[in-house]
Design a protein around this ligand. Structure first.
Ligand code: AGP
Length: 609
């Protein structure tokens, strides 16, 4: 969704702002803009469409300046138009960019109109520009004016402000949306995501809820929500620039699918080093796990499906009751709280608003035992959680989550086994078996990746289909769900997933010779049941595309196509079977010519409701 970058430097900041915005493109956006201060004017360039179009316009206008802000916008308030693109300007004196949503923007707009301000956009952001300007007239201090203005805002925001009247100062503030300061030598930066400043610095300060910061070339001052001066820790980011580059691949999704053996072994390494020990989840984990008598998982999208796999693992391995719920539903219902339940939020980005709000809601109900599984260090959700397990997937750029999902599964499996140790359900031989399963998984995933040519030929047959069904049973049912989500989000083919046993309770009515039915059918305890369900499909003319493992003993026949993943990998089989469904979606999308990494209407980090 929206992205922010800003810089103050003795050098021209425009190239850095443009590069930063390009790094933020993966988050999803529909327009882009930058504003710089130079020659006693605000120079602003905004364009609907890609950053490169805005960049070309900035080059044509010879835009330069030593202080500036940039933004990629994902429309919420007002259509995708140039007047609605950021930065927004007040009285030709002050420019602002904003991520998030201001809930009281209408009341503020009426008030500011009464004060004589003219609005040129339909955005909630323009309200902030005029509000800061209004207080700047009174205080003649941009830092103070911004502090006063943000006190009157309700909603979520990360903002950056510059003004002609204080051209040596960049102000920023945040509530509910991430924002960080990048520390340079004689220059400083801000960004909503570390990738935007990585080419300039690795040293970053993550602002906390309610912080407002005044940034000059050589100094930084931060105040907290009540206006008290605070010092925030400096982090050295471990995100590599290579992880943000495509390298030899055509798409980030393709790259990230192929990075899974490494992402998995990096994530597994910490488990192999420590064993299934509570410390993996944080210093406090021993105490927290000692109180846990149930697990409640909250997440969205693919992360929700990771949680859905975990439900099977947690109950089967640890014996603790486990429920999993879509975060956007949980946050709005009158949930009955069990204070001894471990609240597990799962989020690749760590900033999904619905998941964050669900966590806050759980805490408001008295839940104190909270764990976050996340791929982005220091992001909002882990920071709001008592315990954290960071997956080591590396930066995930493609909107479709792939390596984040499979590494989340490792974290969740580790949680299930660690809890089982506490509940006394883990036999020594099982522990050894699980460690071995983890150790061998990256190799099996590498073998599964070698199936790509076969999967590609299947995908060619999907490209002219309008619908597809995915079936799975037990712990593989969420993999069917994930396969359907992947296919629909990047190829725009309508896909649904069902537990195979549900077929005859309704969806079987959809099956005819035009309906491809993808089946996840490894050699587990439910295989014979799945085979019966497949017969039901064949009897109605449905074409079956079966992902089986070598031990499932399927043979091809008329209307039954089979791709065999490596030997059955036991309890970790859902991780292995995620790989072929990802590749199927990727190649179907290629066939259809969609924008694989930035599918229409979607964003990487969903920071609005
Ligand atoms: C996955 O392919 C999706 N793009 C989406 O469902 C995503 O998993 C969801 O928005 C949750 O994101 P998070 O893991 O960053 O919280």
């Amino acid at each position: 969704m929206c992205g922010i970058v800003g810089a103050i430097s003795p050098n021209n900041v425009v190239p850095l702002l443009v590069e930063g915005l390009k790094r933020l493109e993966y988050r999803g956006y529909d327009s882009a803009g930058v504003a710089v201060l130079a020659d006693d004017h605000i120079h602003r360039v905004r364009r609907v469409g890609r950053v490169v179009e805005m960049e070309n316009a900035a080059i044509a206008e010879k835009l330069t300046g030593n202080i500036g802000i940039g933004h990629t916008r994902w429309a919420t308030h007002g259509g995708v138009t140039e007047p609605n693109a950021h930065p927004h300007v007040s009285e030709d004196e002050l420019a602002i960019v904003h991520n998030g949503i201001i809930e009281n923007h209408e009341a503020q707009r009426q008030r500011l109109k009464a004060l004589g301000y003219k609005f040129t956009s339909q955005t909630d952001t323009e309200v902030i520009a005029h509000l800061v300007h209004h207080y700047f007239k009174q205080h003649a201090d941009l830092f103070k004016a911004t502090q006063q203005a943000v006190r009157e805002l309700t909603g979520a925001y990360a903002i950056a402000v510059i003004s002609l009247k204080q051209p040596d100062t960049l102000i920023c503030a945040r509530v509910g949306c991430p924002l960080l300061i990048g520390l340079g030598e004689g220059e400083n930066f801000i960004a909503s995501d570390v990738s935007a400043v990585l080419s300039a610095t690795r040293r970053v300060i993550f602002l906390e809820e309610g912080d407002v910061a005044e940034i000059k070339r050589d100094s930084i001052q931060i105040v907290d929500a009540i206006g008290a001066a605070v010092t925030r820790k400096v982090h050295v980011s471990d995100v590599s620039l290579a992880s943000l580059e495509l390298g030899p691949y055509n798409h980030f999704m393709q790259k990230e699918i192929h990075e899974q053996p490494k992402a998995l072994s990096d994530t597994i390494e910490q488990v192999l080093d420590a064993g299934f020990r509570p410390e993996l989840f944080g210093e406090d984990a021993e105490d927290v796990f000692a109180k846990v008598n149930a697990v409640q998982i909250l997440a969205c999208g693919t992360s929700f499906y990771a949680g859905s796999v975990a439900r099977y693992w947690v109950e089967a391995i640890s014996g603790l009751p486990c429920s999993v719920e879509v975060a956007s539903e949980y946050r709005y219902r009158d949930a009955v709280a069990n204070p001894n339940a471990l609240i597990v939020t799962i989020s690749q980005s760590g900033e999904t608003l619905d998941t964050m709000e669900a966590l806050k809601y759980a805490k408001s109900l008295g839940h104190d035992l909270t764990l976050s599984i996340c791929n982005v260090q220091e992001s909002a959700i882990p920071r709001a959680s008592r315990l954290v397990f960071y997956t080591r997937a590396g930066a995930e750029i493609g909107v479709a989550s792939t390596k984040a999902f499979t590494t989340q599964l490792i974290a969740l499996f580790t949680l299930a086994v660690t809890l089982a140790k506490r509940t006394g359900r883990l036999k020594v031989e099982k522990e050894v078996e699980y460690i071995e399963a983890l150790r061998h998984l990256p190799g099996s995933v590498q073998h599964a990746l070698n199936l790509e040519p076969q999967i590609k030929s299947w995908a060619e047959r999907f490209s002219n289909k309008e619908h597809a069904l995915f079936l799975g049973r037990g712990v593989h049912y969420p993999i069917a769900l994930e396969g359907a989500l992947k296919l629909k989000e990047i190829s725009y083919i309508h896909a649904e997933a069902y537990p195979a046993g549900e077929l005859k309770h309704g969806p079987l009515a959809l099956v005819d010779e035009k309906m491809p039915v993808v089946v996840i059918a490894p050699n587990d305890a439910l295989l014979e049941k799945v085979k019966s369900n497949m017969q039901e499909v064949r009897a109605r003319g449905g074409e079956l595309f079966v992902f089986a493992d070598l031990d499932s003993h399927f043979s091809e026949s008329d209307g039954v196509h089979v791709i065999r993943t490596p030997r059955h990998v036991g309890v970790l089989s859902p991780v292995l079977h995620a790989i072929p469904v990802q590749m199927l979606a990727y190649h179907a999308a290629l066939q259809k010519g969609t924008d694989v990494d930035k599918p229409r209407n979607l964003a990487k980090s969903v920071t609005v409701e």
